[in-house]
Design a protein around this ligand. Structure first.
Ligand SMILES: C[S@@+](CC[C@H](N)C(=O)[O-])C[C@H]1O[C@@H](n2cnc3c(N)ncnc32)[C@H](O)[C@@H]1O
Length: 200
């Protein structure tokens, strides 16, 4: 998996463009009193750079050292300080509590999907926010990006069942068809799951 992502991120092009994910950008005002933000599966850093530029103290975790190298170069060029963690989400042991954890398009195998939500909530201060946009299983029928392997996509009811057992208020949980325009790799109509949680 790391080799797959390293090969994808090779070269100067940004796979998902420079701009932050729209859903994260649209909801950034929820983070008005947040300071520390963790970005999971952050790749080349489009969300992390945006958030650091907004004044947050940002950390970015990813399995791909190639993507994280690009993220660090971009942060340096923009005079932004972003801490990076090169690890699999599965091995992540948060060293501190965050005010927000965000995640866009982290394609985890079914057996790890639950732990994305569990670990993110464990890593949050009470009152902290988790925000994510993920491809739903219906994305298998669209041609706008994402894995062509259903076991790496998210099932809405599985997410709902997982969240019911976790210490959070569900502020938003929806499956929507949206229009993506993110670099060359997420373009067109797409089926996504959008999630905003508040840690209880
Ligand atoms: C589709 S890209 C999305 C990158 C970024 N979130 C964005 O939206 O621009 C998926 C990212 O997740 C990372 N990734 C995949 N599986 C991972 C895992 N188990 N733990 C940590 N990162 C992982 C990949 O290296 C890649 O950077």
């Amino acid at each position: 998996m790391q080799d797959f992502w390293n090969a994808r991120f090779k070269g100067d092009k940004l796979l998902y463009g420079e701009a932050p994910n729209n859903f994260i950008k649209q909801n950034v005002e929820l983070l008005v009193s947040a300071k520390k933000v963790m970005c999971l599966g952050e790749g080349e850093g489009r969300n992390a750079l945006f958030l650091a530029d907004q004044g947050f103290e940002v950390e970015a975790l990813d399995a791909s050292d190639v993507a994280l190298f690009k993220l660090r170069q971009r942060a340096k060029a923009n005079y932004l300080a972003i801490k990076v963690r090169h690890t699999l989400l599965e091995y992540w042991e948060p060293q501190c509590l965050y005010d927000a954890v965000i995640c866009t398009y982290l394609h985890l195998p079914k057996q790890s999907q639950k732990s994305l939500f569990e670990k993110s909530l464990q890593a949050l201060h009470v009152g902290g926010f988790f925000m994510a946009e993920l491809f739903s299983e219906s994305q298998i029928n669209f041609h706008s990006g994402g894995p062509k392997n259903i076991s790496l996509l998210y099932d809405f009811n599985d997410v709902l069942d997982t969240l019911k057992l976790l210490p959070c208020e569900v502020i938003k949980l929806s499956q929507e068809v949206v229009i993506l325009n993110e670099g060359e790799n997420h373009v067109g109509r797409a089926s996504v799951i959008r999630i905003i949680l508040k840690k209880l």
